[in-house]
Structure formats: structure tokens, C-alpha cells
Design a protein around this ligand. Structure first.
Ligand SMILES: Cc1cc2nc3c(=O)[nH]c(=O)nc-3n(C[C@H](O)[C@H](O)[C@H](O)COP(=O)(O)OP(=O)(O)OC[C@H]3O[C@@H](n4cnc5c(N)ncnc54)[C@H](O)[C@@H]3O)c2cc1C
Length: 412
């Protein structure tokens, strides 16, 4: 059986590892951290996994968090033309919901499970020299080390990378004591679009230690009114600034945070990164080729909640491609074709949707949202398509086709 090496124990790497293990492949995951270290790490993201990606995990028997806990089954969007002024409200269902789980709990549990199912785990912080040494021992090495490591091995794809600098300054936190969102008949993702300033998201979330709580993600346009978290050093300060932001920008939700607390000092983050698409084939100094997957090659801003979903979809597609390739060699051409297929069918839409949300909504999209505030099928389509952004295309790019959708749904 073929022997696959995977660098990085995250969504992309571990899901691929489990998929191949199940088919009898010999798989080694190289992780810079032990399960215990992954569990105790600082918060790196607050993620929601939509229905299809969640289903992939279930099919692999990887949903270990079936106990109490409600997750968003809908969205509740406020569009604010100016601070404190709600111009529009859209509520709709996520018809294919998933879960918002603390990745520290997930990666830790998955890595232990991977070994239990017969995979090999090597704990080491892999660098380029180590990669050179381990590549000859595998039929294929896939690099899935996320946004912080190894990106220099993979050339930036200038045609597909729209941005050259971060588009948002991010602040995320896990909070206890947050009052529930009462205005929707189902648990919902609260989404506030503050025109010219950025976005606020909160949702039910499963914390690694405390179980069902809530998380918040603030996406501040650099230099604008939400961008207030520079110099924040403690959880308490971060929460106080978040409370102040909400009082100023959306006082109708600020009350939900009164009396809340960030759960511990390692459960909040601030940061920024430049959304970048990279070429999928990484060349080592020796000329050997490795393949990139997940954030390493498709790094999107979290505004549209796509990165983890994309990592999962890439892992699913890659598992199939490896199986279908049988005993043939994994050449750089094969790597390119495999990524290209994913890009054509899914990746380009994931990236385009994310980049669309980073821009002020064009008039026809605002018109769609206005109609969606009254027509539930339009609202459901808007929220459900976050899990399948390719379904927004081609119509979302065309004012005429968007209008036709609005008319059709309004007449039904
Ligand atoms: C604030 C925030 C909110 C987000 N919200 C969402 C959301 O709602 N929905 C969504 O879909 N996405 C979201 N994302 C994006 C999502 O977190 C990432 O896209 C996703 O985690 C990428 O998965 P990955 O497997 O590629 O990388 P990672 O999850 O980063 O995993 C990489 C793994 O590789 C390991 N590693 C790194 N370097 C090395 C090395 N040198 N040697 C060995 N191992 C190494 C790391 O320890 C890690 O375990 C969010 C991101 C942020 C920052």
C-alpha cells in the first residue's frame, strides 16, 4: 500500500489522514505539537463548519462532540448604514447546519484518535531541512501547516490573489455569560455589517473545557471605528473594548454582553493576515516537490467563514484524487491538476465570495438583502449558501440575474 506523509495536524491534514487510513494506506502525520499541547494552545480561530464539511467528518466517524450544545441553524443580519443605525435586518435559516467547535479540542482529540486507528504520529516542528529528509520516505508528502508556516515554499499566485495586505484587523474571543439571541426561532449566527467600519459576528460555540458557550469575531477595517484593539494585552481589556464597540455601533446587541467574561487568558486573539492564493506545488531546494493543501495554498479572510470548510472540502477532494490515482507516481503535474480541479469546481467561488464580502455590498446585493428581509426563501438562500458558495454564481455577479431571482422568489 502507498505511503503518504502529511505535515500538520489540522483540519486539512488530519481529515486527509483519516480518509486514507480508512482505505488501508500507510499514513504518517508530522505535528509540531502533541495532543496535549494542541488542547492547551492559545486560541487561533473561532470557526463554524457548515453542513457538507460537517457531514464529511461524520462519515469518517470523527464527531466526538454529540453531547449538549446547540449550534447556529440560522443567521440574523443587521446592515447598519451608520454607527447605531440599523437600515436592514435579514433573518434566515441555514438549511444544512453544522457545528462551531473549539479547534483545540478537535485537533487534540483527532490526533490521538489518528494514532489509535493505526496512523503514525511524529511530533516535530518540521522545517525545510526536515522536509528534505522525510520526502524520499513517502510516495507523496502533503503540506497542511496552516497560515503561519511553510507558505514561502509555495509561490504566490498573483492572478488569483486580489490583496497585498490584510483587509481586516481581527479580534476573536470565547465568552461565558452572554445572553442568548431571542429574536430568532432557532440558535443563530448574529452578523452585523457596519458600513465602512467592518463586521461583527457572534454564535453559539463549544469551548474545549466548558462546553456550550458563545464566541465573537470582530472584523475591523484598518483605521476605522471598529479598529480599537491595538495595544490590548489582557482578556479583560479585550472584552471591555468589545462592549464599548457594541454600545457605539449596535446598542441593541450590547446588552447581550453585559456581565459576560472571556473564559480564560488563552481564549482570545487579535491579528491580521493577507488573503493569498498560492501555487499548489512546493519546490524544495533539492528540486523535490511537495503538495500544499488548506490555508497554506488558499488563505482567505475569515469574514465569510470559509477557511475550515475549504480545508475540509480540499481534504475530501484530495482523498478521492489519491485513491483514484492508484499506483501511479504523484508527479508535479498530478498535483497541479488535482488542485486545479478543486479550484475550478469550488476554490474560485470560496475565494470570490470571501472577497465580495470584504468589499462594500454593490447596489444589487443590497437590493437582494432588502428583498430577503421580507421573503424567507431569499433569506434562507443567502445564509445556506455560505456552506456552498459556488451556488451564488453566476447570478450574484449580475444585477439582472439577481433581480430575476428576487422577482421569481417574490412571486412564489
Ligand atoms: C478568527 C478566525 C475565525 C475563523 N472562522 C472561521 C469559520 O467560521 N469558518 C471557517 O471555515 N473558517 C474559519 N477560519 C479559518 C480556519 O480557522 C482555517 O482556515 C483553518 O483552520 C485552516 O485549516 P488547516 O488545516 O489548513 O490549518 P490549521 O488549522 O492552521 O492547522 C495547521 C496545523 O499544522 C501544524 N503545524 C504548523 N506548522 C507546523 C510545522 N512546521 N510542523 C508540523 N506541524 C505544523 C499546526 O500546529 C496546526 O495543527 C477562521 C480563522 C480565524 C483566524
Amino acid at each position: 500500500m502507498r505511503n503518504i506523509g502529511i505535515i500538520g495536524a489540522g483540519q486539512a491534514g488530519l481529515q486527509l489522514g483519516f480518509g486514507l487510513l480508512e482505505k488501508g494506506y500507510t499514513v504518517t502525520v508530522y505535528s509540531d505539537r502533541t495532543p496535549e499541547q494542541l488542547f492547551n494552545a492559545r486560541l487561533a480561530a473561532t470557526t463554524y463548519l457548515f453542513g457538507r464539511a460537517y457531514q464529511y467528518e461524520q462519515e469518517l466517524g470523527l464527531d466526538f462532540w454529540k453531547g449538549p450544545g446547540e449550534y447556529a441553524r440560522g443567521g440574523d443580519l443587521d446592515v447598519c448604514a451608520a454607527p447605531g443605525q440599523r437600515a436592514l435586518r435579514v433573518q434566515g435559516r441555514i438549511l444544512h447546519p453544522g457545528k462551531a467547535l473549539d479547534l483545540r479540542a478537535k485537533y487534540s482529540r483527532w490526533l490521538a484518535e489518528f494514532e489509535r486507528r493505526g496512523g503514525t504520529v511524529v511530533v516535530r516542528d518540521v522545517d525545510v531541512d526536515a522536509l528534505e529528509a522525510l520526502v524520499p520516505g513517502h510516495d507523496l508528502v502533503v503540506v497542511t501547516t496552516g497560515r503561519n508556516s511553510f507558505t514561502r515554499l509555495f509561490e504566490r499566485d498573483a492572478e488569483r490573489s486580489v490583496h497585498t495586505q490584510p483587509q481586516r484587523h481581527l479580534t476573536a474571543m470565547i465568552v461565558s455569560g452572554m445572553k442568548p439571541l431571542h429574536e430568532t426561532p432557532y440558535p443563530a449566527l448574529k452578523f452585523i455589517l457596519a458600513a465602512g467600519h467592518g463586521e461583527y459576528f457572534s454564535m453559539p460555540y463549544f469551548d474545549r473545557i466548558r462546553g456550550p458557550l458563545n464566541c465573537i469575531l470582530l472584523e475591523a477595517i484598518p483605521g476605522q471605528g471598529l479598529d480599537r484593539f491595538g495595544g490590548v494585552n489582557t482578556a479583560r481589556e479585550a472584552l471591555e473594548r468589545m462592549q464599548q464597540v457594541l454600545r457605539d455601533f449596535s446598542p441593541w446587541v450590547a446588552e447581550r454582553l453585559e456581565g459576560a467574561a472571556i473564559v480564560d487568558e488563552s481564549s482570545w486573539l487579535t491579528g491580521a493576515f493577507t488573503p493569498t492564493v498560492r501555487k499548489p506545488v512546493g519546490r524544495l531546494p533539492s528540486g523535490r516537490a511537495v503538495m500544499g493543501m488548506g490555508d497554506v495554498v488558499m488563505l482567505n479572510d475569515p469574514i465569510a467563514g470559509q477557511g475550515l470548510n475549504s480545508a475540509s472540502k480540499q481534504a475530501h477532494a484530495m482523498t478521492r484524487a489519491i485513491l483514484e490515482h492508484g499506483d501511479q507516481p504523484f508527479t508535479p503535474d498530478w498535483m497541479e491538476q488535482t488542485f486545479e480541479h478543486f479550484w475550478r469546481t469550488e476554490g474560485q467561488f470560496i475565494t470570490a465570495f470571501t472577497n465580495m464580502l470584504l468589499q462594500p455590498p454593490p447596489p444589487h446585493v443590497l437590493r437582494y438583502l432588502g428583498a430577503a428581509s421580507a421573503v424567507s426563501t431569499l433569506a434562507d438562500t443567502f445564509f445556506d449558501n455560505f456552506g456552498e458558495p459556488q451556488r451564488f454564481w453566476p447570478w450574484i455577479a449580475s444585477p439582472t440575474e439577481t433581480e430575476a431571482r428576487i422577482q421569481q422568489a417574490s412571486a412564489a
